[in-house]
Structure formats: structure tokens, C-alpha cells
Ligand binder design. Sequence first.
Ligand code: AVJ
Ligand code: FE
Length: 439
Amino acid sequence: TRADMPTDIRTHAYERLTAARDRSLLLTSCVGEDDLVRQHSVLMSPLVWDLAHVGSQEELWLLRAVDGQEPMRPEIDSLYDAFEHPRAERPSLPLLSPEEARRYIATVRDRVVGLLERAPIEGSPLVEQGFAFGMIAQHEQQHDETMLATHQLRAGAPVLSAPPPAPSEGRWPREVLVPAGPFTMGTSTEPWSLDNERPAHQVDVAAYWIDTVPVSNAAYQAFVEAGGYDRPELWSDRGWAHRQEAGLTAPRFWRREGGTWVRRRFGHVEPVPADEPVVHVCWYEAEAYAAWAGRRLPTEAEWEKAARHDPRTGRSRRFPWGDEEPSAEHANLGQRHLQAAPVGAYPAGASAYGVRQLIGDVWEWTSSDFRGYPGFAAFPYREYSEVFFGDEYKVLRGGSFATDPVACRGTFRNWDYPIRRQIFSGFRTARDAAPGEGA
Ligand code: AVJ
Ligand code: FE
């Protein structure tokens, strides 16, 4: 047994699967049939597609792969294969109706609960420590975050509500110095880590400074008002071409109203909160902001070292605060709140270096392309990660307020195209240390 996995793997898996399902049902019961089958943006699936897709993946990996059962409805398999049908074409497929989708996923789940009692939890990598069950709970929660992003794109009156998150606390330095030296990146021991987080490997990192907190709306607004969107010298060639073509002038969901910036958030229109981390910016916007600030985005290794490395022990932690699972004191995760907390919140979640809010609030763009670590092996399917490796996708780290703890840890890697901003994406900045600093 391992300290970082509860002794009762089956109970833990059952609870994580149940929490994911509760959220999927919540996100699909608060709107009418019409809003479930409609496409709210060409970037997104109809909500009813996500709903049936999570059940389809659950059937595929748990009932078929782990248990060897026959397909329940072979005729629907291809409808819910993300690679066969890009998001834009999903609304025109003969999808299951909302009611059929609910019935299908409930039937799959009933069988999975039965399987959970008797399935092996050791003997092969797929079942070791309940991996397949954990992978499926994470998969459903990833789609729940995607469904929340679909809700954000939906026009019309608000249907979701949540209390505001924790306030900021105390004071913090603008940036912290992370001295030069190696650290352990990735993991070979985290039981439910996905293939792209593996294996653990040493990375030598030069000394750098990194922001203590994510970039705030106030800071980002200063960039907008300094004409940042009209100064090509701040943007990379590709970034500028995209800014021109897409007509970017501010973060997604912001607009000027009577001399102030307001934003739309899940159907509410409100003044842009100055202290909250900026969200719904693309990688190119983050890059331009950093150039304007005389800084740069952190590399993925710099982000992870700031988050996980403990200079006293020389080891990497599971989370910035240590090895314990996230609580409400550590981070804004799990859709408990429908917005990021102000910068400087959650001091109990700070890393060994004192960096705050690395986990939760907003996904953070890094400068790195999405690639496999040295020794990467695709598992259990190439289409989870490997087919996305290369220079087309940028890595995001740390999770957002919409990310469930089961799909978030210090090693977790997300990725997207550098033009995307419908995701809950923000960033923090970094800079090289001067010669002699932290050497
Ligand atoms: C890891 C968030 C990029 O949503 O495209 C869901 C997760 N993979 N189903 C995505 C995923 C397959 C993936 N991201
Ligand atoms: Fe999926």
C-alpha cells in the first residue's frame, strides 16, 4: 500500500465516479432540451454529446476493456468517437436524445458499480490501483469542465449560481526567486496520473523569477489601455496575424460599457473585477502582455519546479502545499465557485517557494509546446496524448475553478491551440535571474 492512495481503492473510485456523475447531471438538468441539443459555439459539442460520450468512454474502458463485456449499443459507438467527428459536425449527427443519453449512461454506470465490487485492482497496468476507474472519473470531470465552458458561451439568462470564492489574504512579494538546480519533473508513482505526466525525470533549471500570483484583470487592463492590442512589436508574428484576423481587442467576454469594462459571466454582466486573475485569454495575448511587462511566460519546467520542488528535502511534492489532497483551504477547484478567487487568496495553498494559486482559479499558459517526456509511453491509448504532441499545442498547468481535484495535481498537463480562449485560461509571468542571482 502507498500513502498517497486511500487503502480502500474501490470506495475511493466509487466516490469519484459518483461525484463526476452528479456534476454531469447538474450541468445538463439546469437547461431545457433545446439548450442541450443546440451548438452554442462551433468550438463546442452540444451538451447532449458530452453527456453520452462520457458514458460511451466508460463502457469502452471499464465494461469492455477491463471486464470483457460485449458492446451494449455498437451502432452508437462511432457517433461518440471524438476523432471520427470533429465538434463542428456533432450537432448534425443522429445523436441520442437527452432522455436516451441519460438512460444509456445510467445503465452503463449500474454495470460499472457491479464491476467495481469484483474487478481486479492489480496485475496489469490498466487495473493497477484502480487506474481505469480513476481515468474514467477524470475523463468525465474533464468533460464537465468543457460543459461549463459551453455554459459560459451560452446566450440567455443565468441558470447557474455559486457563492463567491475566498478573499485575498495578507501581503505577498511581487515575484519570487527560484535558484538554479535540478528538480524532479513528472511522476512515476502517482497512481491515477495519465501517460503524459510520466515518467519522473530530472530537469536542470536555470535561476528565474516567477510571479507570486497570476496576472490580475487590473494589470491586464493596463496593458489594454496602454494600446497593447495595437502595438505589433509586442506580439510574435503569428500572434499579431491572429490578433488582426480575429479582431482581438480585449479578453473574451469583456466589453466597454459607458466608460467601464464589464464582462459576461454565466449570463451575468458585471464590472470586470480588478483583483481577479484575468481569464479567457489566448496564448498569444499572454505572450504579448508579458512582452509589454518586460517579462516572459514561464516554461512548463519552471512552472512545475515553482509548484512542486521542496528545496529543503530536494523532493517534488504532489501539490504545492504538500502531499495531501486539495481542501477548500488550499485552492479554488471543483466548480464550488463559478469564478477565480482574487489574486493573493489561499495562502495555505502556497508552494515551498511561497508561490500562490498555482492550483485552481485559472489554467496557466506556459511557453512550452506539448511533448512527451523522455521515456514517454502511450497508455492506454495514443489518442489521449500522443497524437497531440508537437509544436501545435501549448501546455497549460494548474487547473481552474472549473477543474475537479480528481483531474488536477502538480504534475497534471493540459494543452490547447495558442488561439483558444473559451477555456478558463489565464497566466503568470517570469524572467531570467541576473547573473549571480540564485546561482
Ligand atoms: C486534456 C482537456 C485537452 O478535452 O480535449 C477529453 C481531455 N480527452 N476526452 C480535451 C479529453 C478526451 C482533453 N484535454
Ligand atoms: Fe472525451
